[in-house]
Design a protein around this ligand. Structure first.
Ligand SMILES: *Cc1c(COP(=O)(O)O)cnc(C)c1O
Ligand SMILES: [Zn+2]
Length: 446
């Protein structure tokens, strides 16, 4: 059985376009496209049969179904031939009970989905495997695609560069000159991406990459490409699967361009339609207060949406004032009893530090999610006995600069006053001095 799938306007215009066509927007209305699946064909399997099939494949060796994304291939991108899949066994990241943190914050059934424990260190791998596999298939079918390009300072370019390199496809990354740290550059540079450093800002890079892709047939890997959503939606399937197909009460997720929150919702809705689950969770999107257009819209019942000029935030991957996927995300929130919270730089930094003290190593975006959850608990929106899954979006090791500066109290430009700094104790190498200092510290910590 190879069920069909195609691009169609998210707003519901009629045209259908093959997934191998280079097209990102609806030709009639300019809205975003989404991938639609032949639900009737998919329904020939019962919900429990899908669950059994996915469990059989999960994290095994059968190509490409042992990848947790491709293990759901029929629901993700059935038209790609197995031989054309570009996979590095993405997905299958740990979902675990954060017992100590949950107890501290009054949320005993708190679970964390560690999407950053992944090939390039962020959830962007889940979508990029699908996008690059599609380019690989197009090349094998004889289409000419000179390169795949994106504008991004961080996780998207890292994922694109890695998957393109695995397939021997040239990637191109557009970055604003002098505005990107070595840490952000080193992954695409190492993977052989052509890095174009432009004398402009991020939005300038975005405009240019869109124009070049449109005119020169280069494939665009930014998130208006809805193939990425299909890979990213597997996080919903996976977190339910990892809990014996039980649906949590809440999923909390940080939001910037809002592709990932839409993907999460799409995953749950499609599972419900196919009878894989029988209820939906509620979804909470957390934004940085410095880049909060969705939060403002939420306060206004989503009746209006005003893009903002995003201010600098430590949560750099969500420093976006004019999110591409806002319509999709708002539609998701309306179907999931959704709420939106916003979190200051102080709150996100402290949320990271508190979580780290319980054994985590949170990226600032995950700090935004935790900070949002704290506020929802305080407001009584999330109840103490609710089962909550927090989506951790990247690995903390990508953001060591943020952590070092927190502990050294060097984040005052962000208004951060650390309450949990933990600095090394510098001492001469003398037994008595070391012993005294050691026990003084242990006593004061007790
Ligand atoms: C991309 C990204 C996000 C935001 O996802 P959107 O789809 O843009 O809302 C959050 N955290 C990390 C670490 C990311 O890389
Ligand atoms: Zn349309």
């Amino acid at each position: 059985m190879t069920p069909n799938a195609w691009f169609q306007c998210f707003r519901g215009c009629e045209g259908r376009y093959p997934l191998t066509q280079i097209i990102y927007e609806c030709p009639s209305c300019g809205g975003l496209l989404e991938v639609r699946h032949d639900t009737d064909a998919l329904k020939t399997r019962l919900g429990k049969e899908w669950r059994g099939l996915f469990d059989e494949r999960f994290m095994r060796t059968d190509w490409p179904y042992g990848s947790a994304v491709w293990g759901k291939k029929e629901l993700v991108c059935p038209v790609i031939e197995d031989d054309n899949v570009v996979s590095m066994w993405e997905g299958g990241s740990n979902l675990f009970w954060a017992e100590r943190l949950g107890r501290e914050i009054g949320c005993e059934d708190l679970w964390i989905k560690q999407c950053g424990n992944s090939h390039t260190g962020s959830f962007k791998d889940l979508g990029m495997t699908v996008l690059v596999s599609m380019v690989n298939q197009m090349l094998h079918e004889g289409q000419t695609v000179p390169a795949v390009a994106c504008a991004s300072t961080g996780d998207t370019s890292a994922a694109l560069a890695a998957y393109a390199a695995a397939a021997g496809i040239q990637s191109v990354v557009f970055l604003p000159k002098d505005k990107v740290s070595t840490a952000q550059l080193v992954q695409p540079v190492s993977n052989g991406a052509l890095v174009m450093s432009l004398e402009t800002d991020f939005d300038g890079c975005m405009r240019l990459v869109r124009e070049i892709c449109q005119k020169e047939n280069i494939y665009l890997a930014n998130s208006m490409n809805s193939l990425r959503v299909e890979g990213q939606k597997t996080v919903a399937i996976e977190l339910v699967q990892q809990d014996d197909w039980n649906v949590p009460d809440w999923v909390v997720i940080p939001g910037g361009n809002l592709g990932n929150s839409s993907a999460l919702g799409k995953g749950f809705l499609e599972m419900k339609e196919l009878g894989i689950i029988d209820k939906l969770p509620r979804i909470a999107v957390a934004q940085a207060a410095n880049a909060n257009p969705l939060h403002t819209s939420y306060l206004n019942n989503f009746d209006t949406f005003e893009p903002v000029q995003a201010k600098t935030t430590l949560a750099s991957a969500i420093q976006i004032g004019d999110p591409v996927s806002r319509e999709k995300s708002i539609a998701t929130l309306k179907q999931f009893g959704g709420v939106v919270e916003q979190v200051t730089e102080q709150e996100l930094s402290e949320a990271c530090a508190q979580a780290d003290r319980t054994g985590l190593f949170c990226c600032p975006h995950t700090g935004v999610a935790f900070g949002g959850l704290l506020k929802l608990l305080e407001r009584g929106e999330v109840k103490p006995l609710d089962k909550v899954v927090v989506i951790s979006t990247a690995h903390g090791l990508k953001f060591t600069d943020f952590k070092v500066r927190y502990h050294q109290n060097e984040l005052s430009e962000f208004g951060v006053e650390p309450t949990r700094p933990n600095l090394p104790v510098e001492l001469p190498a003398e037994y008595n001095v070391v012993r005294d200092a050691l026990f003084r510290k242990l006593d004061s910590a007790a």
